[in-house]
Design a protein around this ligand. Structure first.
Ligand code: E4P
Length: 217
C-alpha cells in the first residue's frame, strides 16, 4: 500500500518525506488556501516546490467545474512537472475530462467520491486513482470503510486498473483498516501517519533499555 500525505504544507511534506516511506502527495483547494497561497503564479510555484521535495505523484486539483476550464487548467498543471496528477471532481464534466486526459496519457485522480457507482464511473473513464472520502462519510453517520471494501471488491471482480486511493483519513486506525481492506493508496494527514509509530509498550521498553544501557558504561 502506498502512503501519500494529504497536505500542501511544505514542512509537513518534508517531514513525511524524511521518514523514507512517502510515495506521493495530495492537495485540494482547501489545503492550498490553508497555506495562504494566493494567485495563479504562486499556486503553480507551490506545486513545483512540492514536486521538488517528493519523488512521486502529486495531485493538483482543477478549480473549474466545466470541461473546457478543467482541460485548460490540466494543460497548465501537467506542464509543471512529470509527477503532477490532475485531480478532477466526480461530476459529469469531470468524467468527460478524465476520459479526455486518460486518452492523452495524463494521470488523473477522481476526487469527491462517496459511492460505489461513482467509483465504477471513474474506473470506466480510465482514472488513474479514485478517491473515496471515508472520513466525511463517517462524519455523516455511515461507515466510510465499507465503501473502500465495496470498491476494492468491484475493481477486483472486473479487473479495473484504477487504484483505490483512500482519502479523508481522520485517524491512524483508518490507515490500518484501509491496509486490511486492500486499498492501493492511503492519503492522510501527517499526524495519522505518525500515529502508526506509537505504542505505550514501545515507549516503556525504550525507557528500560536506555536505563539499562547506562549501567554498562
Ligand atoms: C483527498 O485527496 C482530499 O484532499 C482529502 O483527503 C479531503 O479530506 P478532508 O475530508 O479531511 O477534507
Amino acid at each position: 500500500m502506498k502512503f501519500f500525505v494529504d497536505t500542501a504544507n511544505l514542512d509537513q511534506i518534508r517531514e513525511a518525506n524524511a521518514l523514507g516511506i512517502l510515495d506521493g502527495v495530495t492537495t485540494n483547494p482547501s489545503l492550498m488556501a490553508k497555506e495562504g497561497i494566493k494567485g495563479t503564479e504562486n499556486i503553480l510555484k507551490h506545486y513545483v516546490e512540492i514536486c521538488n521535495i517528493v519523488d512521486g505523484p502529486v495531485s493538483a486539483e482543477v478549480f473549474s467545474t466545466d470541461f473546457d476550464g478543467m482541460i485548460r487548467e490540466a494543460n497548465v498543471l501537467t506542464a509543471l512537472h512529470p509527477n503532477i496528477v490532475i485531480k478532477v471532481p466526480m461530476i459529469k464534466d469531470g468524467i468527460k475530462a478524465i476520459r479526455y486526459l486518460t486518452d492523452k496519457g495524463i494521470a488523473t485522480n477522481c476526487t469527491l467520491v462517496f459511492s460505489a457507482g461513482q467509483a465504477i464511473l471513474a474506473a470506466k473513464a480510465g482514472a488513474t486513482y479514485v478517491s473515496p472520502f471515508i472520513g466525511r462519510i463517517d462524519d455523516s453517520g455511515v461507515d466510510g470503510l465499507q465503501l473502500i471494501d465495496q470498491i476494492v471488491n468491484i475493481y477486483n471482480i472486473h479487473g479495473f486498473e484504477t487504484q483505490v486511493l483512500a482519502a479523508s483519513i481522520r485517524n491512524t486506525l483508518h490507515i490500518i483498516r484501509c491496509a486490511e481492506l486492500g486499498a492501493d493508496v492511503v492519503t492522510s494527514p501527517l499526524s495519522s501517519i505518525l500515529g502508526l509509530l506509537y505504542h505505550p509498550l514501545t515507549d516503556l521498553g525504550i525507557a528500560k533499555f536506555v536505563e539499562d544501557a547506562k549501567k554498562m558504561v
